[in-house]
Design a protein around this ligand. Structure first.
Ligand SMILES: [Zn+2]
Length: 128
């Protein structure tokens, strides 16, 4: 009667300092060596590939999240800058201040605040 061979796979010993041979009975033979299902090199390779695929997907997802966050940050900065420039342009356009500086020409405080509120509204509408 032929005895079922023992798996040639190695497992960590109980002390975590070395390896010993797997105690399981072999169920497949690869390159002439017996292995259990857990240590079958083909299955080990598939598990490794699956793990790498998962890491790759996680990295890709993380990079995508970072890219979106960076785009959102740039967008917010851009809108803030546009909003400030728009407010200034409107004030200049209506003759409330000169392009050179904050010299007041004729706007009331309420008018300036109303225009700044409009500029802020513009910033918000572009927000995401
Ligand atoms: Zn084994």
């Amino acid at each position: 009667m032929k005895q079922t061979p023992q798996c040639r796979g190695s497992v960590h010993d109980d002390f975590g300092v070395g390896f010993h041979q797997c105690m399981s009975k072999a169920s497949v033979t690869r390159n002439g060596k017996p292995y259990c299902k857990l240590h079958d090199p083909l299955r080990v390779e598939k598990r490794t590939e699956a793990r790498h695929r998962k890491w790759q997907q996680e990295w890709t997802a993380k990079a995508e999240t970072q890219r979106k966050a960076e785009n959102a940050r740039k967008s917010t900065e851009c809108k803030a800058r546009i909003g400030a420039e728009l407010a200034k342009a409107v004030l200049v356009c209506f003759g409330f201040v000169t392009a050179d500086g904050p010299t007041r020409i004729g706007a009331t405080k309420e008018e300036v605040l109303a225009l700044l509120a409009l500029a802020r509204e513009f910033q918000k509408q572009g927000g995401g």
